[in-house]
Design a protein around this ligand. Structure first.
Ligand SMILES: C[S@@+](CC[C@H](N)C(=O)[O-])C[C@H]1O[C@@H](n2cnc3c(N)ncnc32)[C@H](O)[C@@H]1O
Ligand SMILES: Nc1nc2[nH]cc(C(=O)O)c2c(=O)[nH]1
Ligand code: SF4
Ligand SMILES: [Mg+2]
Length: 204
């Protein structure tokens, strides 16, 4: 299915909320969560998304109509791994309807779609593709253990000079890892901390 233009996409859920992570943290946004992921992160907080066949397909019109019900004009496409699908038509349809389109991606599949903001969150579990280092607007590395700082730097060394850098504690390891993340960012001020603020706010 990868790389063919999708006129229908499996939708796990779609909801209007506050972007909890990264540079747009605090901004109201309509999240569109596509079903399907083959990356297999052991700590993934949305494992139910992985099997695309579980989720109903919607046409692009239906997907964008869902977003139209709300006042915000930022759509965040996430998953699952949204780039399992060619998203050229989805982003075109969002732009035609005056939405900005941001994406959350692991970078493990070819880049498609026309994006206002790319959040690139590479994973050890499936190597990212080279094209994302040039295209990323923010690099967001999940920190699960101390070896992840070195791993994060290996990706930061390859992104474009304007790319923002975020370290995000893995949610269940947050209490243990946050002191080290705070020290790391104080010593390496090119990095910022991203917390999953929606989980503190207990919103989707
Ligand atoms: C669920 S993923 C979906 C998008 C895409 N598959 C990806 O991984 O970027 C959305 C974001 O949540 C992050 N994430 C997933 N599980 C997490 C966890 N347990 N703790 C912190 N961040 C997590 C991912 O790294 C990614 O930045
Ligand atoms: N509020 C909120 N912000 C988010 N930022 C990235 C998310 C994701 O799962 O991709 C997410 C999410 O699931 N909810
Ligand atoms: S790539 Fe994203 S959706 Fe897929 S397993 Fe990893 S965190 Fe979960
Ligand atoms: Mg999430």
């Amino acid at each position: 299915m990868t790389e063919t233009i999708q006129s229908k996409l499996p939708i796990m859920e779609a909801f209007y909320t506050i972007q909890g992570e990264g540079h747009f943290s605090g901004t109201p946004a309509y999240f569109i969560r596509l079903g399907g992921c083959d990356v297999g992160c052991v700590w993934c907080d949305v494992k139910d998304s992985w099997d695309a066949s579980q989720w109903p397909e919607q046409t692009l019109d239906e997907i964008v109509a869902g977003a139209q019900a709300y006042k915000g004009r930022l759509a965040v496409i996430t998953g699952g791994e949204p780039l399992m699908y060619n998203l050229d038509e989805l982003t075109a349809e969002l732009h035609r309807n005056d939405f900005k389109a941001n994406i959350e991606t692991s970078g493990a599949h070819p880049l498609s779609g026309s994006w206002d903001w790319i959040c690139f969150s590479p994973k050890k579990f499936k190597q990212p593709r080279e094209e994302f280092y040039e295209k990323a607007d923010e690099l967001k590395v999940v920190v699960y253990n101390k070896s992840d700082f070195k791993w994060a730097e290996s990706h930061a060394a390859k992104v474009n000079p304007d790319c923002l850098l975020y370290l995000q504690p893995e949610w269940d390891k947050s209490e243990k890892m946050l002191p080290a993340i705070i020290d790391y960012v104080k010593d390496n001020p090119r990095w910022n901390i991203s917390l999953q603020t929606h989980k503190f706010m207990q919103i989707p």
